[in-house]
Design a protein around this ligand. Structure first.
Ligand SMILES: Cc1cc2nc3c(=O)[nH]c(=O)nc-3n(C[C@H](O)[C@H](O)[C@H](O)COP(=O)(O)OP(=O)(O)OC[C@H]3O[C@@H](n4cnc5c(N)ncnc54)[C@H](O)[C@@H]3O)c2cc1C
Length: 377
């Protein structure tokens, strides 16, 4: 049974946030920065964040050329450009909040590998540059085919290379652990190992219930406002919000003796992505090879996709290098039906802040501002 002291000091808050991924943490920080007097609790089911935020490859990007062209088809030009602007502002806000050193921010630019099937996409480069000029002020995408052999890529498979100086990389682990520290230093309480099972509104307050794993009894927290930042796992808690999980496989090679490239790299509309990290290659993607199987909440491996990643390392990215795969893992992204973030009020007390659609590193700090301005002014 909870003690008198626990009931007095641990259960009541102004704001409770469910999920300590980058969106939950950024939202908590943004609210606290603007309203230092508010008491904020984050409830996280994992011993540390356990969704996408500690599992990605650490790209600080707003979209490659073919990814933007694909988004034009599904979202339309206006919506795509609005989203790009939000991603740019989000990265700026993350850098401002923690500083480049604490997120391991490095700007070595980004590149997209174009194979023979996508060569025709290059015709749209000028038009996309023109549209992006309104947002960034100058041309973004530049063709740098001269670098294909310098980087050691297989020129039979890589027919063109599109460069953007606006793409950068971060150290995902460093960023997330410093974001947690930053939040805690401001007085935001984070309780891990707390999987929320239910919430409801009672007497104009929100009650949030979970099982105390040691005492094996139900614990009920209470707050004025609840924010759901559970990403792919949201509809397990609240069925009205439709989010589809998308699993991403990532691997890291052992350090290479002679890694010839630095920067972040995209391939095939952003479905594949790789980067350098301390002479290793971190490489992920391939979800488009098996969408059905990868629409999963389980952190399992898909060995067919891992084999495909290995094949691309061997034959496209590192054709003349000896390499060994050191480690691999998976992360779960969340996708809404419109592929746009969904921030939505549920009964004026509960805010659903859902799904950065595989772009949360870039978007979260911006969305945190939107949530704070809209619901905590
Ligand atoms: C492989 C991979 C590559 C990616 N590449 C990029 C990229 O290049 N650029 C980019 O910007 N983004 C990228 N992303 C996406 C980015 O990581 C996500 O968009 C972002 O991390 C989402 O943050 P979030 O806080 O919304 O969700 P998550 O990080 O998923 O956090 C949700 C949290 O909620 C917790 N939770 C869920 N249910 C409950 C519950 N009932 N009770 C308590 N806690 C709960 C989970 O444990 C989790 O910690 C990538 C992601 C992956 C997996």
């Amino acid at each position: 049974m909870l003690s008198f002291w626990e009931k007095n000091s641990f259960l009541k808050y102004d704001v409770i946030i469910i999920g300590s991924g980058i969106l939950g943490l950024s939202t908590a920080c943004e609210i606290k920065e603007n309203h230092p007097d508010k008491s904020i609790l984050i409830l996280e089911r994992g011993i540390f964040p356990t969704g996408a935020s500690t599992k990605n490859a650490g790209f600080a990007c707003f979209g490659s050329l073919t990814e933007i062209l694909a988004d034009f088809k599904t979202k339309g030009e206006q919506k795509t450009l609005e989203l790009i602007e939000k991603r740019i502002k989000g990265i700026e806000a993350l850098r401002k909040r923690l500083g480049d050193e604490r997120i391991g921010y490095i700007n070595n630019g980004g590149y997209e590998l174009i194979d023979k099937n996508n060569l025709d996409q290059l015709h749209f480069r000028g038009g996309v540059n023109l549209m992006l000029k309104d947002i960034v002020g100058e041309d973004v995408f530049e063709v740098r085919d001269d670098l294909i052999s310098q980087f050691g890529f297989n020129s039979n498979r890589v027919k063109s290379l599109v460069y953007s100086k606006y793409e950068s990389q971060i150290d995902t682990g460093l960023m997330m652990s410093n974001l947690i520290l930053y939040a805690q230093e401001m007085g935001i309480r984070i309780i891990n190992g707390s999987e929320v099972k239910d919430f409801h509104i009672k007497n104009n307050k929100v009650e949030v219930s979970l099982l105390h794993t040691v005492l094996k009894e139900n614990v009920v927290f209470e707050c004025e406002k609840l924010v759901l930042c559970c990403n792919a796992f949201t509809d397990k808690l609240f069925k009205d919000i439709k989010v589809s999980p998308g699993r991403g496989q990532v691997l890291a090679t052992k350090p290479l003796k002679n890694l010839k490239f630095k920067g972040v790299f995209h391939y095939d509309e952003g479905f594949y992505y790789f980067r350098d990290y301390e002479n290793r290659v971190i490489f992920g993607g391939g979800r488009n090879r098996d969408f059905k199987k990868e629409t999963s909440h389980e952190f399992d491996y898909n060995f067919e996709i891992l084999d495909d990643l290995r094949e691309k390392l061997e034959h496209v990215i590192l054709p003349s290098e000896e390499f060994e795969i050191d480690y691999y893992w998976t992360g779960i992204m969340g996708f809404t039906e419109t592929k746009e973030p969904e921030i939505r009020d549920i009964e004026n007390k509960v805010i659903g802040a859902i799904s950065c659609n595989g772009m949360g590193i870039a978007l979260s700090s911006y969305l945190a501002k939107e949530i704070t301005n809209k619901y905590f002014s």
